[in-house]
Design a binder for this molecule. Structure first.
Ligand SMILES: Nc1ncnc2c1ncn2[C@@H]1O[C@H](COP(=O)(O)OP(=O)(O)OP(=O)(O)O)[C@@H](O)[C@H]1O
Ligand SMILES: [Mg+2]
Length: 309
């Protein structure tokens, strides 16, 4: 396709002020077509603000955003048509039925005969039974499914999901994973915001971490994981009261009963030396297990937040 070298999302030096608060402090981000991209960050980092600007729902104080090459301000309609956004907040009109809402949304994008696609979306999202129910008669998880159907009703090339799995049950979460993977497989660009870091780790190829309105890390998932300098060594001792040599005790992050967890620097610490020190001290070990860092470890190291969620 001639347009394939155009980035799906091109964000250049975007700033957003809310009064004195600078919610975005000059964000640059380029997301290529076909990427499964994770936009992570603690509460208040500016993720939804950035998504609102991408969707043209809010104006940047300065800088610009293009969706599939279309400027979100000067070429709003085309930029908007290229994007499907699943918002974080449940906003809906209570008096419309699910189908009416999807038909209205189709009309907004000039799609007059969208019935078969609407039926397919209702089916995939397990909403067929509720097609004629009013929005106010749906549960929270069902409303969220309708928001997802709304975002996809015009088959946008770029799909942005702002915490789609917050507060949804296991079944819907798995259905969403399948759906986003399917869309990605069909060539859609996916941008996902989530506080479930294992979800980002499972789905995303590349990740940006936003903190206090600035991108503090932008890398492939593996690149991010490799940045984290630690690895964990879990030991089970024969005697829970064993006195441990300094080479071991100085690296302990957790000790309970016979279990001891040590943190080793990947570049300088050697698990063999730690074990040798234990042997020399006559401490018996019944089990050894090493653990590679997770995205959550990297996230906490980078944002300094105690909690990811
Ligand atoms: N309409 C608004 N008016 C004033 N301040 C706002 C507004 N919207 C967001 N903010 C502020 O901007 C900052 C970023 O908020 P934003 O909603 O973008 O964060 P977020 O990364 O999406 O967080 P969360 O993970 O909680 O959804 C916060 O300090 C928030 O209080
Ligand atoms: Mg948000």
């Amino acid at each position: 396709m001639a347009t394939s070298d155009i980035p799906a999302v091109d964000i250049a030096d975007v700033r957003k002020h809310y009064g004195l608060l600078e919610a975005l402090k000059g964000v640059d981000l380029r997301i290529e077509q076909g990427e499964f991209f994770g936009l992570l960050g603690p509460n208040g980092a500016g993720k939804s603000t950035l998504i609102g600007i991408m969707a043209g729902l809010a104006r940047a104080s300065s800088g610009r955003v293009r969706i599939m090459g279309h400027d979100t301000v000067s070429d709003f309609r085309r930029a908007r048509a290229a994007l499907g956004v699943v918002p974080q907040e449940l906003v809906y009109d209570p008096f419309f039925s699910v189908r009416e809402l999807l038909e209205l949304q189709s009309g907004y994008f000039g799609l007059l005969r969208n019935g078969p696609w609407i039926d397919e979306l209702l089916h995939v999202l397990d909403l067929t039974d509720k097609a004629d129910a009013n929005m106010q008669a749906l549960s929270g998880g069902m409303k969220r499914r309708v928001l997802i159907a709304q975002a996809l009703v015009h088959r946008p090339p770029v799909v942005v999901l702002d915490e789609p799995t917050a507060g949804v049950d296991v079944e819907l979460r798995q259905a969403l994973w399948r759906l986003t993977r399917k869309l990605h497989g069909e060539g859609h660009t996916i941008v996902l915001t989530t506080h479930y870091l294992e979800e980002a780790e499972a789905l995303c190829d590349r990740i940006a971490i936003l903190d206090h309105g600035a991108v503090c890390a932008l890398d492939t998932k593996d690149g991010l994981l490799n940045r984290y300098p630690w690895r964990l060594l879990r030991l089970t001792l024969t005697d829970e009261h064993a006195v441990l040599p300094e080479a071991v005790s100085e690296r302990i992050v957790d000790r309970s009963g016979c279990g001891v967890t040590l943190r080793l620097r990947k570049d300088t610490d050697n698990a063999g030396e730690v074990l040798a020190a234990l042997f020399r001290a006559g401490v018996g070990v019944t089990d050894i297990h090493t653990e590679e860092p997770s995205l959550e470890d990297v996230f906490m190291e980078l944002t300094g937040d105690e909690e990811a969620a």
